[in-house]
Write a protein that binds this ligand. Structure first.
Ligand code: FAD
Length: 415
């Protein structure tokens, strides 16, 4: 009997497989991966994996898949989908029938293209194989050129610096992380890296990079010339929508891109769902303005798709099986000794106040033109996350002066 087939044994895929059982779905579940490994957590790849023992952190215990009746096939790449026949074609020529298909194919790193470089010359970090290659390359004294100052890239810059490398970050925007954080937070991140010896060149991009024996020579558009032993792309990622596009599923156009889904993670094709980095939630206008690439988003959409499928199998509609509407999105990054947690949408705000608590602890609160709190950024202040998230999720005006005063408990603003 055809059951649920999940394409992509990454974060969202693995979580969805288990969530189906938790939601009461008893039919067959097949989880198809293409990395040849059991599903693992990606956030440690840029942090502890490079700095410590190089061990992968499993998403679920190895024996939990079989114990839950989940058929995990870690080396079964899906090559195509036939939505009319409800079949997935595998790269080895076999095919699998499905009743429900969940696409969780994640993202691929954006790579620079220079005529003098061969494939593999520029490293990126999306998966365990990339991380193993990077771990080998980041030896003390190595000169690292990081193209782009996104989150993953900056985490690697911090790890590489700690490993004794000399790191140069080249970011073409006038500040770091322009789409994701406020100018206030970007300034703090820049100061942190500069203070740790990372050379950060803003408003500047590579014009050319080529091989020079074992090393690389580069020219930047401000005329700077330099050499590097390691070149790393930190330019962000694009959703891997190849299968979905080939199958004719509705996509959101770039720059947001992604597979359009409704609030129950259903795509435009009957019985096909999309979750995690590839999912572009439709807004009231039928398009998508924001697609999230985060650990928590993968968790939530996995649970939501699983609940929808389980309920459909039990004869119910999708709506009532869904978790409550998302509260403000949450993302974290660890760089050097800084833990930065981002809640809501700080980047587009028009006003901000900072609550400075000394010793690297601070919270920035960000307001829209109507005075509504739309985002917050917590530096080394994880204990405040719960209450700050409640404040942002409440989506109303709060007293900015009160928030900025460390003597006033944050919970007071909730009343
Ligand atoms: P992924 O976890 O990327 O999984 C997709 C899987 O699908 C991959 O295994 C891929 O190989 C597989 N696949 C693709 N195509 C096929 C196919 N045709 N057939 C079979 N399998 C296929 N988020 C945070 O919130 N905080 C962090 O600190 C943080 N750090 C990160 C650090 C790194 C280095 C990376 C890469 C990501 C980080 N993230 C972080 C983001 C978070 O890990 C991702 O948003 C999350 O993993 C997305 O889950 P996903 O299942 O959509 O994609």
């Amino acid at each position: 009997m055809p059951g649920v087939v999940i394409v992509g044994a990454g974060h969202a895929g693995a979580r969805c497989a288990h969530a189906l059982r938790q939601a009461g779905y008893a039919g067959p579940v097949t989880l198809l991966g293409d990395e040849g490994a059991e599903p693992y957590e990606r956030p440690p790849l840029s942090k502890s994996f490079l700095l410590e023992d190089g061990r992968l952190a499993p998403i679920a215990p190895a024996d939990s898949y079989a114990a839950a009746g989940i058929v995990l096939r870690p080396s079964a790449r899906a090559a195509a989908i036939d939505p009319a026949a409800r079949r997935v074609e595998l790269a080895d020529g076999a095919s699998i029938a499905y009743r429900h298909l969940v696409l969780a194919t994640g993202s691929v790193a954006r790579m620079p293209a220079f005529a003098g470089l061969a494939p593999g010359d520029v490293l990126a970090l999306r998966n365990a194989a990339d991380a193993a290659r990077l771990r080998q390359a980041l030896r003390p004294g190595q000169r690292v050129l990081l193209i782009g100052g996104g989150f993953v890239g900056l985490e690697v810059a911090a790890s590489a610096t700690r490993l004794g490398c000399r790191v140069t970050v080249v970011e073409k925007q006038p500040r770091l992380l322009p789409r994701a954080v406020s100018a206030w937070a970007a300034g703090r991140v820049l100061a942190l890296h500069a203070g740790q010896g990372v050379e950060v060149k803003l408003g500047c991009a590579p014009l050319d990079i080529g091989r020079a024996g074992a090393a690389f020579q580069y020219v930047l558009d401000d005329g700077t010339r330099g050499e590097a032993d390691v070149v790393l792309a930190g330019m962000g990622a694009t959703p891997d929508v190849a299968l979905a596009a080939h199958a004719g599923l509705a996509l959101n156009p770039p720059p947001v891109h992604g597979v359009l889904v409704d609030e129950a993670c259903r795509t435009s094709a009957q019985g096909i769902y999309a979750i995690g980095d590839i999912a572009a939630p439709r807004d009231a206008g039928g398009g998508c303005r924001v697609r999230l690439e985060s650990w928590e988003n993968a968790e939530r959409q996995a649970a939501r798709a699983a609940a929808t499928i389980a309920r459909a199998e039990q004869g119910g509609g999708p709506q009532s099986a869904e978790p409550a509407a998302d509260d403000a999105p949450w993302f974290w990054t660890d760089q050097f000794d800084m833990n930065l947690q981002i809640i809501g949408w700080p980047a587009g705000a028009v006003r901000h106040v900072a609550r400075e608590a000394g010793t690297g602890k601070a919270v920035g609160f960000h307001f829209d033109a109507a005075g509504v709190l739309v985002g917050a950024e917590l530096f080394n202040s994880g204990r405040e996350r719960r209450v700050v998230r409640q404040l942002v999720a409440a989506g109303r005006g709060v007293d900015a002066e009160e928030l900025a005063d460390p003597a006033v408990p944050l919970a007071a603003a909730l009343r």
